[in-house]
Design a protein around this ligand. Structure first.
Ligand code: FAD
Length: 360
């Protein structure tokens, strides 16, 4: 039991990602004494291991692709070669100033305290962050998601990549198997294929990006075929094992048990919410079986005073059904209800403007 004195805030936001950051800044600028708790880096997934780093590296891959096609446009060049060290360095050089700027601007905001560390509920309205105790009548949970690690036989003995580590590889895999054909799997598949790896994508569903319209999956399949990316749909990965320096993946494809071999394995099998370490039970915040926070149509959790932003930490089927049109710019839309909430106008359901949680 800690004996630290308790810090009181009008608002505490847990998680400094693309949903938590603007909410916190807005509240502090409106004069509310606000704390933002972040256990890793401000900017969260999008800035540090999602949208921005991936799109930066994808741009390098696109240039590689254009150079390969240069002859079609009457330009004579040699065979291009990806220098992953330089590509990763460039990605870091793009991300770092944005992150530094985020810290600088957060540091300048009066009424905003950035608290570094992992938040854990001790009681309703009370959080422990390391030795510190924070209290507020209003706590917004915006803790995002991580790559889901599926229960595959043998995985503990195999060195696998996720979206975090696949952004820092400095050696190009000769061959790469990606498990999962959602948006993360497909972007990494095309990127590494364009860099020069032989890529195989194993997708459990019957098509790529099954949350998108079927037409999108069909176009992707066509492009992937053209770019020699092997896609196996209906593939349920059941086991992995090491074989020399390689990884052997077994998957049930229809009635068949097939094996695939690669030098590197990447898991992109979905996202899991960062809620396990929050000790939500102590605050009376309920989750579903997958750990996503249950919310009502005003984003309120089952605990009075605790709110969840429309972010990966929670989801509900009602939100999914009402989401039209399907948008791909989730984070910016996501904070609109939060803004309304700060302004005190989110008393009626905010759902018509909700984004889908497809990006999470
Ligand atoms: C590979 C990849 C590519 C993507 N590309 C795109 C794209 O191109 N366009 C797009 O719109 N979206 C994209 N996304 C999705 C986008 O990253 C997310 O929608 C967005 O980051 C969600 O923001 P968030 O604030 O809800 O959560 P996050 O950004 O995940 O932020 C949550 C924060 O909470 C912190 N946290 C967690 N638990 C605790 C705790 N107990 N205490 C304190 N802090 C905690 C985490 O460290 C994290 O910083 C991509 C995602 C991935 C993985």
């Amino acid at each position: 039991m800690t004996t630290a004195s308790v810090e009181h805030y009008e608002l505490i936001v847990i998680g400094g990602g693309m949903a938590g950051l603007p909410l916190t800044q807005k509240a502090a600028l409106k004069g509310r004494n606000t704390a933002l708790v972040e256990k890793e880096l401000l900017g969260g997934t999008c800035l540090n291991r999602g949208c921005i780093p991936t799109k930066t590296m994808i741009h390098s891959a696109k240039i590689m692709h254009h150079v390969r096609r240069a002859a079609e446009f009457g330009i004579v060049v040699g065979e291009p070669k990806a220098n992953l060290q330089a590509i990763v360095r460039r990605k870091d050089e793009v991300v770092k100033p944005i992150r530094d700027g985020t810290y600088r601007s957060a540091g300048k905001i009066k009424n905003l305290s950035v608290v570094e560390g992992e938040a854990r509920f001790e009681a309703p309205g009370r959080l422990a962050v390391g030795e510190r105790l924070l209290e507020s009548a209003t706590i917004v949970i915006n803790t995002g998601t991580e790559a889901m690690i599926p229960p595959i036989d043998g995985l503990a003995d195999v060195d696998y990549l996720t979206n975090r580590s696949a952004l820092d590889l400095t050696e190009l895999p000769e061959s790469l198997i990606i498990v999962g054909g959602g948006y993360v799997g497909v972007e990494f598949a095309q990127m590494y294929a364009r860099f020069g790896s032989k890529v195989t994508l194993l997708q459990r569903a019957g098509r790529l990006v099954p949350n998108e319209e079927p037409e999108v999956s069909a176009v992707l399949m066509e492009v992937f075929q053209r770019e020699r990316i092997e896609v196996v749909t209906g593939a349920e990965v059941v086991g992995v094992r090491r074989s020399g320096g390689d990884v052997v993946v077994s998957a049930r494809v229809g009635a068949e048990l097939r094996t695939f071999q690669c030098t590197r394995l990447m898991l992109a099998a979905g996202r899991t919410p960062n809620t396990a370490s929050l000790n939500l039970g102590a605050a009376g915040v309920e989750t579903d079986r997958a750990g996503f926070i249950k919310i009502d149509n005003r984003f309120q959790t089952s605990a009075e005073g605790d709110w969840a932003t429309i972010s990966p930490a929670h989801r509900c089927s009602r939100i999914r059904r009402e989401t039209t049109p399907r948008s791909s710019i989730a984070p910016s839309l996501r904070v609109i209800p939060a803004r309304r909430w700060i302004n005190g106008s989110c008393r009626t359901p905010c759902s018509p403007i909700l984004p889908s949680d497809r990006w999470d």
